[in-house]
Ligand binder design. Sequence first.
Ligand SMILES: C[S@@+](CC[C@H](N)C(=O)[O-])C[C@H]1O[C@@H](n2cnc3c(N)ncnc32)[C@H](O)[C@@H]1O
Ligand code: SF4
Length: 316
Amino acid sequence: MSANYRIAVNVEWTSKCNALCPMCPRDAIRRPEVMPIETWRKTLERLSPAEVFRVVLAGYGEVTTHPRFAEFVEAMRDHPVRFDMVSNGHLLDPEKIARLDGVIDLLIVSFSSVDPEVYGRVHANLNQQRVMENIKRAQEMFRHTKLGISLTPMPECLPSLPDTIGWLRAQGIDLLTMSPTLYNRGGSLKEYELASNELRRLISVHGLHSQELDFIPGVGEIYRQWRSNRFKCVPRNVDLFVAANGDYLYCYNDAAHRNAIGNVMTDSIAQTIRRREDMAAIDSLCGPCNMRDRYGPVELLRVGMNMAGARLRRTS
Ligand SMILES: C[S@@+](CC[C@H](N)C(=O)[O-])C[C@H]1O[C@@H](n2cnc3c(N)ncnc32)[C@H](O)[C@@H]1O
Ligand code: SF4
């Protein structure tokens, strides 16, 4: 039987990447992998709109480096679930943009700064000019898919944030998003600390879209998730991570991919969610995690009010 709430699913087509971003603890993955097409087809079979409100193609690697990218996109064409994709934008050529148009709802390109020095440090190994050209091209070419930008919440990106926002808005891009938390990924990133309050202030001052609402289907469903799960960690409970080898991970913040709770080849999403509902925190992962207790009753109330406000603004 399915759970009485829907979740988001984060699918990792590959844990390999063409970048070396300091805020991403991908080096914790001992053996980066590429998802086989059979695993992707099985994942697609398992995804139903009754259980899943959104699938984000992201994971810890870079989707566009997948050697069978075109085939993976074609396999999900006409699937009834909503798909979004997150990419660093470096390999987004016209062929990929055209293929994605209308198959995914939203393409989010991660972008740190218009300042070349900052970009070079934060999106290490990528070519900033090329990424900026690709962003412009995607914005021009998309007819059905929306383009959004994920602004990196790293302290060194913030001085150039107004210029970065100015450039993106000048390209006609209105969906600029930022996470109000720099995740420490189950404690695996220790050197960066940034107060969520400051990020929240910047999100509000610049009229950005806060990513904290994106994985929450609705207030009623959050309540049902809260009731059904023994461990009340909202970031864990709203999302199910499918790793490149088909493993369902206990939590998307398990950067090292150590805690599998099933595999798409053998287990349904409902079975896996039920299994996780009964599981306690994993001390080695959750102990140092800065997302733990992130959403207490007060936080949830605030998020609920933000959601209601956002809905109201959309309808008016
Ligand atoms: C994990 S990346 C992977 C997908 C893709 N390779 C990319 O770079 O967009 C997805 C998003 O997470 C954001 N991100 C990475 N590390 C983060 C952290 N420690 N805290 C908050 N957001 C982070 C990035 O800015 C990016 O937009
Ligand atoms: S506390 Fe544990 S379950 Fe919750 S977000 Fe952190 S790593 Fe995930």
